[in-house]
Design a protein around this ligand. Sequence first.
Ligand SMILES: Nc1ncnc2c1ncn2[C@@H]1O[C@H](COP(=O)(O)OP(=O)(O)O)[C@@H](O)[C@H]1O
Ligand SMILES: [Mg+2]
Length: 303
Amino acid sequence: MTAPIVDVQNLSVIFGDFFAVRDVSFRVAPGEIFGFLGANGAGKTTTIRVLCGLLPGSRGRVIIDGAEFVAGRENIIKQKVGYMSQRFTLYDGLSVKENFDFAASLRGLGRAEYLANRGRLLNFIGFDEDLNTVVKDLPGGIKQEVALCVSLLHDPKIIFLDEPTAGVAPVARNRFWRLIKDLAAAGKTVFVTTHYMDEAENCNRIALMRAGELIAVDTPAALKRATFGDSLYNFTPRGNVRMLAPAPDMEICEPYGRHWHVKFKDGVNATAALRRYKSDFDIEKIQPSLEDVFIRLVEGQNR
Ligand SMILES: Nc1ncnc2c1ncn2[C@@H]1O[C@H](COP(=O)(O)OP(=O)(O)O)[C@@H](O)[C@H]1O
Ligand SMILES: [Mg+2]
């Protein structure tokens, strides 16, 4: 990798005696869209808060664009990053303009720079509402786009987006991802968490977290290859058959609508095993989706 813009080395975050993040290391290249996936409580938000200079790590090192996170010097990091938090994005009772004004004053932006950046960002999202619209009156998708602009107002190199599309309608989610791709194309580094696996396919690389630990970091294609090889089958019931019951030689037997995705355990002769089902199911070998990868790596361990 060329010089990483985010370099995390053996980071742990400990609350009392609980490891919210345990010995996590990874690097992100400039201009990458880096996805962070994991079940609720996996440690994604905690990691992001450290990378944004909001929370000191308990152990390990964090280097952002060449600057090491050192207690008391968080402001150096805060200048370099933008953060769109999972819970709070904008003040609902204030207008769009007031939210921008407030962010500009927090960031200490001069008036000319503020107005130029605001204009450029509103143009970027194609904002055509009145700037005096109160935020709570904006459609959900537009509100998230405005929140993105506010977090970019000081023109940071890296933007952290924590579940930016949670609860947003599909069309608006697609629009938001168009913006993410445009930002990356313009050289910004985008660090994003999501629960939507179709969105995760848009990331250059994905990090999977489980219970505070990083269990895989790779491109979507490589994660699929490494997790499944070419051993995933789609079962579709035929005739009067309605159900596929999990068998002891199956590692995965996961319902998907009217279908089941099946992976046999390592060492099982799949050709022989499939014969049992030929009369009741249409069976085809399929390419795994990220959903399959996620279920195998993240959820499979908890059963
Ligand atoms: N300030 C805190 N004090 C104690 N525990 C915390 C604190 N912040 C987060 N946690 C715990 O750390 C774990 C990881 O949380 P979080 O990073 O929010 O996960 P995620 O964003 O992946 O859902 C959770 O079990 C959460 O309850
Ligand atoms: Mg979170």
